[in-house]
Design a protein around this ligand. Structure first.
Ligand SMILES: Nc1ncnc2c1ncn2[C@@H]1O[C@H](COP(=O)(O)OP(=O)(O)O)[C@@H](O)[C@H]1O
Ligand SMILES: C[C@@](O)(CCOP(=O)(O)OP(=O)(O)O)CC(=O)O
Length: 495
């Protein structure tokens, strides 16, 4: 296995919008209605080819749409099972850090090292880690950098012409999509199909290999303890069905590993709905208990690799992802970017502090809002467009009550007026302030046709002129699919 060439793979993961369940989703008692978005972050992972005799022990990460966006890392195996530590190498005069990239590399490489050590052959376990080059390409809607700086702004991937730190984020969840796509691309690059089933199709040609992999999965899930008849039935599944179950397990591993890396890079444990959307796409999401990640030591410290392996492969993950989420035919979820300069710092902290103080009142609102959010999920699932406007209005009413009582501008007055004006338009069913709310974004549910789009754009243009703030309809729309492998030819000119 050691002489094997690691394949060049490309993976993309979608951005997110939390249509309903902001704040509630932080609590396992409640759920969030999350949509994946058509804006994706792509990562292409390939080997580095050096001239004969030249040895380069580096992982190079490029984000070529931005200026100076290259990060180079050396790596080594830390003593006492501390996993693979990566150390950034200085390229120019300054050390330009990217904590999401660096943390993800150390987490994923340590996880892969643990897998080879426990399941690989003795030759593969020490020699699997080879130099690699990773290229990040983000769909344009993640950033609202002025068009005059961009070269080829109409290309699928624009060249933004500025450093990443000066690009204005539009709040679509770039770090979660990046961590997920990076994690998946590294797993697919370094692990053979016999150890990791990221692709939903195919699987190894040899049925015996699939059977052996499935046997491992049965042990992991405790299915081997099922009554004899049930076990036999599973053993007799056709290879394609076994592969589908292996693929689902691989997605769960990806989710767990990406959540762990994203939390570590962020330095906090949020609800994780953004990583869940990046992996699974649109879903009803119930968060994992934060205690799942409690026992993890720092990368590089003793036993990090085996502890990470135990956490990622373990059964303590109580996250629930239900795919019973749909969009009625002919409708689209669209996003508006509001460029207003108002910042709402610390909104989550303030809302939670108020909730603690006013437990009774807040508890009632949380309960009512959950019921309205569930109502919205049913309206969408059951194609009841006639109830959609009312369902969105009820949610907004409760959110305004929350805003008023907590003193936090979750749906500020300016957004109320804009949402009301948009809801009046023919073809617009309504909208919400997504996620934590505030001044900077709106999500709309509208008919997916040119006439409606023109009316919405007209209304936003008028609003922008009147209020002297820029509001625009983004190209991005809600999409069901989560992480997926991509063909390399869509990245022509960038590789
Ligand atoms: N195209 C990209 N290339 C490299 N890193 C990126 C890219 N987009 C986002 N990131 C990483 O994600 C960080 C932004 O994450 P964060 O502030 O959590 O915003 P978001 O809400 O979009 O996730 C950046 O500082 C960078 O580390
Ligand atoms: C308050 C929240 O429930 C939702 C926040 O959603 P946003 O989409 O507003 O936030 P970012 O993660 O900053 O992009 C916090 C959480 O669930 O972690």
């Amino acid at each position: 296995m050691s002489a094997q060439k690691n394949p060049t793979v490309a993976v993309s993961a979608p951005g997110k919008v939390l249509l309903a369940g902001g704040y509630l989703v932080l609590d396992r008692q409640h759920t969030g209605l999350v949509f994946g978005l058509s804006a994706r972050i792509n990562v292409i992972a390939g080997e580095i080819h050096t001239s004969e005799g030249v040895q380069l022990n580096e992982i190079i990460v490029d984000s070529p749409q931005f200026e100076g966006a290259q990060w180079r890392y050396g790596y080594h195996r830390a003593p006492e099972g501390g996993g693979i530590q990566v150390v950034q190498l200085q390229v120019g005069e300054e050390l330009n850090k990217n904590p999401f990239v660096e943390t993800t590399l150390s987490y994923v490489l340590s996880y892969v090292d643990h897998l080879y050590a426990t399941r690989g052959s003795s030759s593969s376990s020490s020699s699997w880690l080879k130099p690699a080059r990773l290229i990040i390409l983000a769909d344009n809607d993640y950033y609202s950098t002025p068009g005059d700086k961009q070269t080829a702004p109409n290309a699928r991937f624009a060249n933004f012409g500025v450093p990443l730190a000066s690009a204005n984020k539009t709040g679509l969840g770039s770090s979660a999509a990046l961590v997920t796509a990076l994690t998946a691309s590294l797993l697919a690059h370094y692990l053979p199909k016999e150890m990791y089933a990221l692709s939903s199709e195919g699987g190894p040609d040899d049925d015996n290999v699939v059977n052996a992999m499935f046997h491992q999965l049965m042990i992991k899930r405790g299915w081997h303890n099922l009554p004899e008849a049930a076990r036999r039935q599973m053993d007799a599944y056709p290879p394609q069905k076994k592969w589908t179950l292996l693929h689902q397990d691989s997605k769960e591993i990806l989710h767990n590993l990406a959540q762990a890396a994203h939390c570590a890079a962020q330095g906090k444990v949020g609800s994780g709905f953004d990583v869940a959307a990046a992996v699974f796409g649109s879903c009803l999401y119930r968060r994992f208990s934060p205690s799942v990640l409690d026992a993890l030591p720092e990368p590089g410290t003793p036993a990090f690799a085996s502890d990470l392996g135990r956490v990622v492969d373990g059964t303590a993950w109580d996250v629930e992802v239900s795919k019973k989420v749909d969009m009625p035919q002919g409708l689209a979820l669209r996003m508006c970017d509001v460029d207003c300069g108002s910042q709402t710092v610390g909104m989550v902290k303030k809302v939670l502090a108020w909730r603690e103080q006013e437990a009774q009142v807040a508890g009632d609102i949380w309960g009512e809002l959950q019921a309205y959010n569930d109502g919205l999920a049913s309206v969408l699932n059951e194609n009841r467009t006639e109830d959609l406007t009312m369902s969105l209005e009820m949610i907004r009413g409760k959110i305004r009550e929350m805003s008023g009582l907590s003193g936090v501008p979750i749906e500020p007055e300016s957004q109320t007026k804009l949402l009301d004006a948009l809801t009046e338009l023919d073809g617009v069913f309504g909208g919400v302030v997504p996620g934590a709310g505030g001044f900077d974004a709106l999500a709309l549910l509208m008919r997916d046709d040119e006439e409606t789009k023109t009316r919405v754009m007209g209304c936003l243009a008028e609003w922008s002129k009147e209020k002297d703030e820029k509001v625009k309809l983004m190209d991005v729309r809600g999409e069901m699919e989560g992480v997926r492998m991509e063909e390399l030819d869509i990245y022509k000119g960038w590789l």
